[in-house]
Design a protein around this ligand. Structure first.
Ligand SMILES: [Zn+2]
Length: 264
């Protein structure tokens, strides 16, 4: 489906063209022949970048020679490479040992007459998120860090050694949202990877409000997750859903128990 300009949304993947190069944001699970499909859509050389290093975004990187990503991918790599993390044998992809190029704040991906800015993201949904900002075309790609259905703020790195502090995640999440909000006069389209895109910019305010509402003891906490996929997660019994206006997150019950109404 085509949404204005030259962005093509196929589930959670985005393809953008400049005069010289095309940028594919995220590569899916590594099923099928994504590269062959994308090469039907553009005849420009393809640069690949990941919004973050989770299996539904980065497992298909091995179809390409190299991929741009956050250095935080080191923490989240087990979510992609642990046995069973991906239902396909990604070690059989043509470039399974593809080159990982770490990018971050201030880097710019030049497509020829079109520049995509890279922004660092504090660990919230994961340890490896980047935002991509096409300022000239007023498009902001926020990965899984902000979306219309719910944002996962539990540890989904599948890495027992990865850092996780629930309160810090919530504070980081709020700071990330505030950063997006500060840039919001410069974009029209907030483009998450799941559950619909583009989404209204008013979600940013609701998500900031959700964090404040937890500390103020006003957010709605639901024991039932109402999400068949997350209910299958091995951590499901430890999670709750927290809502505020149109915003919703999944996070550990323990974290909410310790922080709810504890505004300082
Ligand atoms: Zn994710």
């Amino acid at each position: 489906m085509l949404y204005g300009y030259d962005v093509i949304l196929i589930e959670q993947l985005n393809l953008m063209e400049g005069q010289d190069m095309a940028l594919l944001i995220d590569t899916g699970f590594g099923a099928g022949n994504l590269r062959g499909f994308v090469e039907k859509l553009t005849n420009k050389p393809i640069i690949v970048a990941n919004t973050h290093f989770h299996p539904d975004h980065a497992a298909g990187n091995g179809e390409f020679e190299r991929a741009y990503m956050s250095e935080g991918a080191r923490w989240d790599a087990p979510s992609v490479y642990n046995s069973g993390a991906v239902p396909f044998d990604i070690t059989k992809l043509p470039h399974a040992d593809y080159e990982k190029i770490y990018v971050g704040e201030g880097d710019r991906i030049e497509l020829g007459g079109r520049t995509i800015e890279v922004l660092d993201v504090l660990p919230a949904h994961c340890n490896s998120s980047l935002f991509f900002f096409d300022r000239a075309h007023r498009m902001f790609f926020c990965g899984d860090e902000l979306e219309a259905a719910q944002v996962n703020l539990f540890d989904n790195s599948k890495n027992p050694g990865a850092p996780y502090d629930g309160e810090e995640r919530l504070q980081n999440f709020k700071k990330n949202c505030e950063r997006i909000q500060s840039l919001s006069p410069e974009f029209d389209f907030l483009l998450p990877n799941h559950n619909g895109a583009p989404i209204a910019k008013s979600y940013i305010e609701d998500y900031i409000g959700l964090v404040d509402a937890i500390f103020a003891g006003k957010a709605v906490v639901e024991e039932k997750l109402n999400h068949p996929y997350i209910e299958m997660d091995e951590q499901a019994a430890k999670l709750c859903r927290v809502r505020w206006k149109w915003a919703s997150i999944f996070i550990y019950r323990d974290v909410i128990r310790s922080l709810y109404g504890k505004a300082r």
